[in-house]
Ligand binder design. Sequence first.
Ligand code: WT7
Length: 648
Amino acid sequence: MSDTEWSNLSTEDRRFPPPPELVAEANVTAETYARAAEDPDAFWAEQARRISWGTEPTESLDWSNPPFAKWFADGTLNAAYNCLDRHVEAGLGDRVAFHFEGEPGDSRALTYAELTREVCRAANALTALGVRAGDRVAIYLPMVPEAVVAMLACARIGAPHVVVFGGFSADALSTRILDCGVEVVITADGGYRRGSASALKPAVDAALEKCPDVRSVLVVQRTGQETAMTEGRDIWWHDALAAESDQHTPEMFPAEHPLYVMYTSGSTGKPKGILHTTGGYLVGTSYTQWATFDLKADRDVFWTAADIGWVTGHSYLVYGPLSNATTSVMYEGTPDTPHQGRWWEIVEKYRVSILYCAPTAIRTFMKWGADIPARHDLSSLRVLGSVGEPINPEAYVWYRENIGGGRTPVVDTWWQTETGMHMITPMPALSVGKPGAAMTPFPGVSIDVVDDEANPVANGHAGLLVITKPWPSMLRTLWGDDQRYVDTYWSRFEGLYFAGDGAKRDADGDIWLLGRVDDVMNVSGHRMSTTEIESSLVSHPKVAEAAVVGATDETTGQAIVAFVILREDAEAGDDIVAELRAHVAKDIGPIARPRSIMVVPELPKTRSGKIMRRLLRDIAENRALGDVTTLTDSSVMDLIKDKLPSAP
Ligand code: WT7
């Protein structure tokens, strides 16, 4: 980017200082940042002491072969021991690790002692199936406690897990199994979704037709539905575990032993298998969960409302919380089953104190209306988190006011599957919150915003987000493809990790994320962020959700095309489009006025909740629709096309 002057810096001047009662007991202070900045290696060595090691590491970072990092390389540890046994040994065996809430309303509390015994049984069962350290195990499960048990059992025996989101197709599963050389799969008969039992096992059977090397399938019984079992290959999980002892001695593995592979939904080409290793990942997730959420593990009830099939589930539902002996909530189903107040009922029931979710969920709740959460006692909440995409200032403020009762700080955490842990975030007991800004690099993390020539941009300017120093929980490579790792992340700029996100620094130097760089539009030579225009639209009282794309335009290079969902109570008169165009022009500037605005009933989203702008661009440019296989619901596109006045 040569011209880094963004014409449309929105002016967001609301500020939210941290509540005094949080400040009084803050986990992170200004001194933490100062110490981390002075000597990041020593800072991370200090954080490594949160973890219990077989052999203590003597060194933090080994960067002798960039970009292939090693952290704490001469240390040994067992990740499952750190998440389980050591808490039981410390007398916390009776503490609840998970309050599981099934979609049909069944619930189950699992203490640290119970979880440890289950994981030991599962580790013994996997060993009995011939799984050895280094072997990859695929996990394809709904959001049930067995998913955590399976992950930790793998970690315990040093077998990297490959969790595949339960909403993915048989095709996606087989691609990942083949790429990773998996021989054992853990799945379930089915799970509950939108009020009914939805089968999972048939997808495994279909996937395995293409995967002759898979020799065993462990099947968790969740729904009890009719399930075909292949003789000699498929075993019921409960039978396998019942046959095993609940005692298991954890082996210590080198810090750089692979912990898991997580595939990122490929926007182009074949999915990338992000490899995370054990020591650095555990230190990073453990410390960030404690710091970012100001965790008080003896009293907080923590709820990461994300699926275990995503990195958010790995880092902040499993490894971070369990390594810190946190009590967490785990919910199986959708937010509107059986009613739109389900999440708030759960917050009330378990007295959830920290809630972590995605802006897309928040905007959905906005659409449903503030009167729904208002019917519940949400006074237990003290910190709210956001992750996955830029949070529009309006959604941030709505979240803070209507869910947090106006008391709670909102932490907007920027990170990626690749980074493993939070990289940019405010701190709830320290930062003066700015709606829409991720704000500050995490202590011990070095971030910059640079122009095309890798020069740091000045305050008030935008550019590309880079990470300038290795961090403990960074990906180590892409599974089986070192070259692609180098090409994707380390080739754009010499010695800098290229994140693929646009960002700007405001007048105070705080960081705002602007979306993927491919979501950046250029309209008549002005750089425009899809996010900023979306935020402007969402700030209009009649708009619930908005997606903006840049469509090719003869005159302006790209033209702004917006898709909006109106609020349920909004009266959509004929002039709504004109009203919204004028609103954006007034809010950001005439250059940001969308060329066209289409009112639609739904937006196409990936299973991780990201708006698929590519498909909207197809519509905006009158093209035949591209690949829709990663959509949550491909009928959404028909719904949108039906509603358009001049649909292609
Ligand atoms: C991409 C990574 C992080 C776990 C879930 C998604 C976007 C993520 C934020 C945020 C703005 C964000 C970025 C990033 N993103 N968090 N707080 N503000 N953008 O993980 O699927 O690996 O996606 O999500 O574009 O690069 P992922």
